[in-house]
Design a protein around this ligand. Structure first.
Ligand code: ADP
Ligand code: MG
Length: 395
């Protein structure tokens, strides 16, 4: 009933076969990097707060080899892109400054990483295959960036790769997304794609950039991601508006960011700000607290408490931060009406995209069945457990 998740070895075989037929050679390097889902801590990243994502079993695989050049040649198999975009591109590599964003737009994610790569660039051929849905809120963008970075490291040799730590590499990938894809993303996606580990969530402090693995291996529970398959484009200013409102609230509170004030401090200044600004700050401050509480709950294996925090997070995003939508609310209500569900919430930026639900293994089919029956739209599902971060694969 859920989407079949193609395992990494099947993806690898597909990529190798394609590489051989397309480039008439054998690939000698292979890597993969995962997408992610955020469990708690939404809209906290740009407030210097905490987030708690996990890496998914959905991955992007890149295979390839060095060539005599002078250019790099890359192809992707993405069906979504085939419809309206060229799935191959090449670009010269002699001069990094000659790398600029352009068409096809998907190649900007690769070019951006080439540009910001901390090491020597050499000409190569590569094939990209992925099981992460594109544009579905599960960060196929970080997966392709991180896989590209890992791939370049492997072309350069392991020793060189270990000279730069994962944080620096993740930051280089973030730069690539900012400058080449024009998306002002936070650091969460690239961090967890590099640093996630099987059986663990990853708490990231978006101020200190400290990343802490939080064990989350519960054999009787599952994470079900449900894609609402809607994406509302509203005025287009929702995201910058909220960033501005958060900055405004921090300023009124006399703090560098909403990471700093307590809830009591916010209450004290309630009459100094309008209701909307107050509510935005209320969400962020309470949400950061929920990440800390959620981590404590996971450490005690208290899934009931973790689920309760997920629901609080959803309600706060819906009522105070106002980034949910009818479909996401509907999906959460259906999930919460299912026996065996610990908690459910919208995940990602909002106004569409996915929900994430923590549920007893034994109730997964019931949950999916109910959503299929009761949800007005057409949902797709992924049953996931916390998976490993980017890794080298043997070819
Ligand atoms: P999300 O990260 O939620 O999936 P984004 O809009 O941030 O959505 O990133 C999706 C874009 O990233 C795609 O439109 C495409 O340009 C690029 N991309 C991601 N994965 C691939 C891939 N396997 N092959 C080519 N481009 C990809
Ligand atoms: Mg993205």
């Amino acid at each position: 009933m859920a989407q079949e998740i193609e395992d990494v070895f099947t993806l690898l075989e597909t990529a190798k076969t394609l590489f051989k037929s397309h480039f008439k050679n054998e690939p000698n390097v292979a890597v993969c990097a995962p997408g992610r889902v955020n469990l708690l801590g939404e809209h906290t990243d740009y407030n210097d707060g905490l987030v708690l994502p996990m890496a998914l079993p959905l991955v992007t695989v890149i295979v390839g080899r060095k060539t005599d050049g002078p250019q790099c040649r890359v192809m992707t198999t993405s069906e979504d892109l085939k419809k309206n975009s060229c799935t191959e591109f090449d670009c010269p590599l002699e001069d990094r400054e000659s790398l600029t964003p352009g068409e096809p737009s998907w190649a900007n994610y690769v070019k951006g990483v080439l540009y910001f790569y901390k090491g020597t660039l050499s000409p190569f051929d590569a094939v990209i295959v992925s099981s992460v849905p594109l544009g579905g809120g599960l960060s196929s963008s970080a997966a392709i960036e991180v896989a590209t970075y890992m791939f370049l490291d492997q072309l350069n040799g392991e020793k060189k790769a270990s000279e730069v730590n994962k944080k620096e590499k993740a930051l280089a990938c973030q730069q690539a997304e900012h400058k080449f894809a024009n998306v002002p993303c936070g650091i969460m996606d690239q961090f967890v794609s590099f640093m996630g580990e099987k059986g663990n969530a990853l708490q990231i402090d978006c101020r200190s950039l400290e990343a802490t693995l939080i064990p989350m291996a519960f054999p009787d529970a599952a994470i079900v991601i449900c894609n609402s398959n809607v994406k509302h484009t509203l005025s287009g200013t929702e995201y910058p508006d909220r960033r501005r409102q958060c900055e405004e609230a921090a300023k009124i509170l006399g703090k560098p960011a909403l990471r700093d004030p307590t809830y009591d401090e916010l209450q004290d200044k309630k009459d100094k700000m309008d209701t909307v600004t107050f509510n935005r700050a209320k969400h962020v401050i309470s949400e950061i607290g929920r990440v800390t509480d959620g981590v404590a709950a996971l450490r005690k294996a208290d899934l009931t408490e973790f689920g309760r925090l997920m629901v609080q997070s959803h309600n706060s995003l819906r009522d105070d931060f106002e980034v949910s939508c009818k479909e996401l609310n509907e999906l959460v209500v259906i999930a919460l009406g299912t026996k065996g569900v610990y908690g459910s919430r919208m995940t990602g930026g909002g106004f569409g995209g996915c929900t994430v639900t923590l549920v007893q293994q034994s109730a997964v089919n019931d949950l999916i069945g109910r959503i299929k029956k009761e949800y007005e739209g057409n949902a797709t599902f992924y049953i996931c457990s916390p998976s490993s971060g980017a890794k080298v694969l043997s070819v």
